[in-house]
Design a protein around this ligand. Structure first.
Ligand code: GTP
Ligand code: MG
Length: 486
């Protein structure tokens, strides 16, 4: 079955980023990659699938080690151009040659079985005579071939490489294994349509499947983020509050528990988004200034994420008029007593200056308590659901930034997810994020959906299906438009 699939073999000198290209193209984090030359010792085949369906095969190979010697041996064996491919086949089949040139035999074998060639060069290194020998040997195979200019370091010898590569290859492309995104992978595969026309149908099928998969990932990510928001915004923590117990301590404990739950919800959603994008092994524990590592309730987070004050003002979130049902909670008297709660407006306004207040506390005799816990007659104190629209947008924004970083992350990278450098820190709300930059045509429906979720949570404890659906639709529309990091 898999024999009918397009098959590519990735070759080149040692340490050029061959395995990195394989890893990026197959979205496989398990491909061994390392900075020491000679990491890949044996050829290994990787199959790219969407769902269970195999789409193409890629063979990673050891690097050329002694191309000039091999070319000399081959030249001695091949009388003329007509005899070259036969000479190569004889070379690969010869046990003595395998013993003397194990890497070259290993990398030439899959090419001679009909695979297309991806010749990877590190454009940060100069062209060497050995490279010329490599390209000549590949030419002898007679297989369609594309050259990829990858860059392992910052230096650039691309100008010297290009004219040399053009002499040997049908197509020469830039492909940065560490930065390649879905669109780059698709463009690369499309290139093979031109050099292997008999594969054009299967390559079209691959490209269509990859595009469908991208769209599906977006849809599933919207659902994950909608789950996060529904859970986080509706969450209520509750503790018994016996007569005479310490109210201040209890309120602090509720606050802690509520924040911990919010952090947990965010973590679960991040794991799910990473899973959807085939990044199950991603490390996020980068000690350097990680803005998304910054605590959800940290000052920096609240400065950098979410909407600007003016945007929130427009949505009525600051004046306290926005959260509808939340206002029902306000009862006479401003000191905290059982059965009273702070309104969302007051919380949001104070929160801007004094740090995040995201939800209100309520007791067992409040209206909300009767709605949420109708059969509970004991004394308790509870905190939630979220009343701060600003907080809702901070949560949305962090999810968007995380989504973009994961969506656009090449599987060739083995370092921790660098969320720190996603955007410059300008020190104002929205500066690190995406939400504040969204066009109003996307932001307005999402804000309306968020408000509805919060309002439902305040009245019914859980958002209704319509609110959930609108939220997911609003999020999906946004995710489809999130541009790559500028
Ligand atoms: N910055 C950067 N580093 C890269 C890129 N591609 C590869 N590298 C690094 O270069 C080193 C070698 O990458 P590999 O993919 O293992 O190279 P290889 O050609 O398979 O190496 P061998 O198997 O040893 O022949 C690793 O440290 C990679 O992280 C790139 O696009 N950008
Ligand atoms: Mg390798």
């Amino acid at each position: 079955m898999t024999d009918a699939l397009p098959c590519f073999v990735v070759v080149g000198n040692v340490n050029q980023g061959k395995s990195s290209v394989v890893s990026a193209l197959t979205e496989d984090e398990a491909v061994p990659i390392d900075s020491y030359p000679g990491t890949t010792k044996r050829s290994a085949e990787y199959v790219f699938r969407t769902g269970e369906r195999p789409l193409f095969r890629i063979v990673d190979t050891p690097g050329f080690q002694r191309a000039r010697h091999v070319l000399a041996r081959l030249s001695a064996r091949a009388g003329n151009a007509a005899g070259r491919t036969a000479a190569l086949r004889a070379f690969v089949a010869d046990p003595a040659m395998r013993a003397e040139f194990p890497d070259e035999v290993e990398l030439l074998t899959p090419i001679l079985s009909g695979a297309c060639i991806l010749y990877v060069v590190d454009a940060s290194s100069p062209v060497e005579p050995a490279n010329e020998a490599e390209m000549e040997i590949l030419r002898w195979t007679g297989q369609p071939a594309m050259a990829l200019l990858n860059r392992v370091r910052a230096r650039d010898h691309g100008e010297a490489w290009r004219p040399v590569l053009r002499q040997f290859f049908h197509i020469v492309r830039e492909f940065d294994a560490h930065r390649a995104r879905a669109a780059d992978r698709v463009a690369l595969l499309r290139g093979f349509r031109e050099i292997r026309p008999e594969w054009s149908e299967s390559i079209d099928a691959v490209v269509n499947a990859m595009e469908r998969e991208g769209s599906e990932r977006c849809h599933r990510s919207a659902s994950v983020i909608a789950d996060l928001l529904v859970e986080a915004l509706a969450h209520v923590v509750r503790r018994p509050f016996p007569e005479g117990s310490d109210e201040t301590a209890l309120r602090a404990e509720l606050d802690r528990a509520h924040r911990d739950a919010q952090r947990r919800f965010e973590c679960v959603a991040r794991d799910a988004i990473e899973g959807i994008h085939r990044h199950p092994g991603l490390t996020r524990e980068d000690p350097d200034l990680e803005i998304l590592q910054d605590d959800l309730f940290g000052d920096t987070t609240w400065k950098l994420f979410g909407l600007s004050r003016w945007q929130l003002l427009r949505y009525g979130a600051i004046a306290g008029a926005a959260t509808g049902g939340a206002l029902d909670l306000v009862t006479a008297g401003h000191t905290f007593m059982l059965g009273t709660a702070l309104g969302a407006g007051a919380g949001a306004t104070l929160g801007w200056f004094m740090g995040p207040q995201v939800a209100s506390t309520f007791g067992n005799s409040s209206k909300l308590a009767r709605a949420l816990f109708p059969f509970d007659t004991g004394r308790f104190l509870a905190l939630g659901p979220v009343t701060s629209q600003r907080y809702a947008w901070v949560l949305v924004d962090r999810a968007l930034v995380h989504y973009r970083a994961v969506r656009d992350r090449s599987h060739a990278r083995r370092d921790a997810l660098d969320l720190a450098n996603q955007e410059p820190h300008a020190g104002v709300a929205g500066a690190a994020g995406i939400a504040a930059q969204l066009p109003r045509s996307l932001r307005d429906p999402l804000d309306a959906a968020l408000r509805r979720v919060m309002k439902d949570a305040q009245r019914l404890g859980v958002p209704g299906p319509d609110a959930r659906r609108d939220l997911e639709a609003g999020l999906e529309a946004v995710l489809r438009q999130v541009p790559p990091r500028g």
